[in-house]
Design a protein around this ligand. Structure first.
Ligand code: TRP
Length: 325
C-alpha cells in the first residue's frame, strides 16, 4: 500500500508563484508515489480573518488552481475541512494533550502575532490553530506533510501530540514527517515575502500581459542602473526567478549580468516570456475549469466523501483507545 500525504492550504483564492514553488508543485510531483489527500483549510482562515463572505468563491478559485497545476482528483481526493466534523472533534481531544506555554513558544504563531499587532490579545482559536492542524494531519494517518519552512513548527507539534496520544491511550497514530520543498521560498517582486497583502505577487492565472507588466516592476540590483553596469545576481529577485523557471539559460544569464553585457530590461523581458510559456498549459486548463464549475464542485464532493470515510475510521479507533464515545 502507498504511504499517505496530507497537504493543506487556506482558501485565500487564486494562488501565486510563491504558493506554487513552496507547495503545489511538490504536491503534483509526489502524487504518483504517495496517496495524496488535499485539504482546503477553511476553518484555519478564521484565525486571521473573521470575514467569511468570500470563502466559498475563494475555495473554488483555489481548487481550480490545484487542478490546473496537475492535481489528479481521481487519485488524490480534494476536500473541505468544515465539511468533516471529525476535525473539530479530534482538535478538542488533542487540546487536552498540549500545554498553553507550549503553544505560546511556537515561532510561527509568535511572528504572526507580531505582524498582526496582536500583542497579548490573540484569540484562543488562533493560539490553538496548530493543534487543529495536528488533527488535520493525524486524522488521515499521513506519513508525510509537504510544507514550507514556516509550517515546520506545526509539524513538530503534530509529532508530539501523536506520541502523547499513543503513549497515554493506545498506538492509534502514525507519527508524520514534514517535507520541505527543494526551493522553499520564492521572494515577491520587491524581495519581501510573496504575499497578496503586500501586492508583490505574480498569480498562476495572470495573463502574459499581466506577467510582463509585473516583472518589469521587479526590484533588481540597485547598483545596476544602466546597460553595461555589472550586476550581482546573488542579490537580484529576477535572477532567483530565472534560477527556478529558466534552468536552461540561467548560467548564461548569470555571467552576462555580471559582465554587464545583459541589461535588466532585456533580462526581465526574457523572464516574462519564460513565465508566460511555463504556465501556458496551466492557463488553458484553468479556462476549461472556469467553464465547468459543476465538475469542480463534483470533484470536491466526491473527495469529501472519500476523506469522510477515513476520518470516521480514525475517530472510531480514537474512541476505542480512549474507551469513551
Ligand atoms: N496552516 C497552514 C497554512 O497556513 C494550512 C494548513 C491547515 C495545513 N491544515 C494543514 C497545512 C495541514 C498542512 C497540513 O498554510
Amino acid at each position: 500500500m502507498k504511504k499517505r500525504i496530507l497537504s493543506g492550504m487556506r482558501p485565500t483564492g487564486k494562488l501565486h508563484l510563491g504558493n506554487y514553488v513552496g507547495a503545489l508543485e511538490n504536491w503534483v510531483k509526489l502524487q504518483g508515489e504517495y496517496e495524496n489527500f488535499h485539504l482546503v483549510a477553511d476553518w484555519h482562515l478564521l484565525t486571521t480573518d473573521l470575514d467569511t463572505s468570500n470563502i466559498k468563491d475563494n475555495t473554488v478559485e483555489m481548487v481550480i488552481d490545484w487542478l490546473s497545476a496537475g492535481i489528479d482528483a481521481q487519485q488524490s481526493p480534494i476536500f473541505i475541512q468544515s465539511k468533516i466534523k471529525q476535525h473539530a472533534e479530534l482538535f478538542l481531544l488533542f487540546s487536552m494533550l498540549v500545554s498553553v506555554p507550549r503553544l505560546e513558544r511556537n515561532p510561527t504563531v509568535k511572528e504572526q502575532a507580531k505582524d498582526l499587532g496582536l500583542d497579548n490579545n490573540m484569540a484562543y482559536g488562533h493560539l490553538g490553530y496548530p493543534v487543529l492542524q495536528a488533527a488535520d494531519i493525524l486524522l488521515y494517518q499521513a506519513h508525510l506533510v509537504p510544507v514550507g519552512e514556516d509550517q515546520m513548527p506545526h509539524i513538530e507539534l503534530t509529532r508530539e501530540i501523536a506520541r502523547r496520544f499513543n503513549t497515554t491511550y493506545d498506538e492509534v497514530f502514525i507519527v508524520p514527517n514534514g517535507k520541505l520543498t527543494e526551493f522553499p521560498r520564492l521572494p515577491g517582486l520587491d524581495g519581501k515575502k510573496m504575499s497578496k497583502s503586500l501586492g508583490n505577487t505574480i498569480l498562476l492565472s495572470d495573463s502574459p500581459d499581466e506577467i510582463g507588466s509585473k516583472v518589469m516592476q521587479a526590484v533588481t540590483d540597485p547598483q545596476k542602473i544602466r546597460l553595461g553596469d555589472p550586476g550581482r545576481p546573488e542579490i537580484c529577485n529576477v535572477f532567483t526567478y530565472h534560477r527556478k523557471f529558466n534552468v536552461g539559460e540561467v548560467d548564461q544569464i548569470e555571467s552576462d549580468c555580471r559582465s554587464g553585457k545583459l541589461g535588466c530590461v532585456a533580462c526581465k523581458k526574457n523572464l516574462a516570456n519564460r513565465l508566460a510559456t511555463y504556465f501556458e498549459g496551466f492557463r488553458e486548463k484553468r479556462a476549461y475549469y472556469l467553464q465547468h464549475i459543476d465538475e469542480v464542485r463534483d470533484i470536491i464532493s466526491s473527495g469529501t466523501a472519500t476523506a469522510q470515510k477515513v476520518a470516521s475510521e480514525t475517530m472510531a479507533k480514537v474512541y476505542q483507545a480512549m474507551k469513551i464515545g
